[in-house]
Design a protein around this ligand. Structure first.
Ligand code: AMP
Length: 280
């Protein structure tokens, strides 16, 4: 596996691939890789001639009081995991490679970035869209793979690609979970033993809502029930529970609609977990 650190190294690496019309698949990550990240590459392997990952803890998507400095890092472990699935190359830029001094340009998708997680994480999605558009320009990928776990992120990035005519096929991959249903996340390592034991309530409540969806008269009623289920765990502090349409995150008016997404953010101590499930 080739380790690429600079933009010119990436350019040199992809030049012969582009000449041979090889399909480049790309998986952007912030490292501390787990099975969820690896599932993206495994899916890409079927479709692409060359598979490239990036590992970059992107400072512009962290707010001033967020966990940028303590975000988990495990570069040696990450490289071993990527080698084990035959990744062709990994791009690991320094911060100054992506954001040199006097950097000025940001990409923003209107409205979609201000709802759900965007309410408490101001500018978060602008950081994500900016870094992903830069990475797409550098890696020149044909296809890019993202997790459904971060569904708002995926929908925003898809809109960006459509609006800016980026020649990238966007593919989303199912959420990989622990045996008890907790979605795998690099941030799960922050949870204390008690918080970790409480966290699967998110999955259980989503599964129950999915099973019972026909028993509710209104979106509000369903949300209230999920709220009650999650609140039974004293360690869970709910930030939001919402129903949104899968295609564009617009608000759901009627539970008989297709493509209803239950989407939530809940804090356990200082750790903020997000998850979602397609109910129909
Ligand atoms: P991150 O390193 O958190 O920026 O995540 C990199 C990519 O991995 C994003 O597209 C995430 O949606 C995806 N991802 C993270 N956790 C999971 C998971 N449990 N299952 C599937 N994909 C995931």
């Amino acid at each position: 596996m080739k380790i690429l650190k600079t933009i010119s190294e990436v350019k040199e690496y992809i030049k012969p691939l582009k000449l041979k019309d090889q399909i480049i698949g790309f998986v952007p990550t912030m490292g501390a890789l787990h099975d969820g990240h690896i599932a993206l590459g495994e899916e890409a392997r079927y479709e692409c001639d060359c598979l490239i990952y990036s590992i970059f803890v992107n400072p512009t998507q962290f707010g001033p009081n967020e966990d940028l400095d303590k975000y988990p890092r495990d570069l040696d472990g990450d490289i071993a995991k990527l080698e084990a699935i035959d990744v062709d190359a990994v791009f690991i830029p320094d911060r100054s490679v992506i954001y040199p001094e006097n950097y000025k340009t940001y990409v923003k998708v209107d409205e979609l970035g201000n709802i759900l997680c965007g309410k408490s994480r101001v500018d978060h999605f602008q950081g994500v869209t900016t870094v992903v558009s830069k990475l797409f320009n550098i890696v020149q990928c044909d296809e890019a793979y993202f997790g459904k776990k971060d569904i708002q992120q995926f929908i925003i990035l898809k809109k960006m690609v459509e609006d800016l005519n980026m020649p990238v096929k966007m593919i989303s991959v199912d959420t990989v979970r622990e045996d008890d249903g907790l979605a795998k996340s690099s941030r799960n390592t922050y949870l204390s033993a008690d918080e970790r034991a409480a966290a699967p309530v998110l999955y259980r409540s989503m599964v129950t809502a999915k099973k019972n969806i026909d028993l509710y008269f209104s979106p509000e009623e369903l949300i209230e029930d999920v709220h009650t289920m999650i609140s039974m765990e004293p360690l869970a502090k709910i930030e939001y529970i919402e129903l949104r349409r899968y295609n564009d995150l617009s608000e759901v008016e009627d539970l008989s609609e297709e493509g209803i997404l239950l989407i939530l953010a809940v804090r356990f101590g200082t750790t903020r977990l997000i998850d979602n499930m397609l109910l129909r």
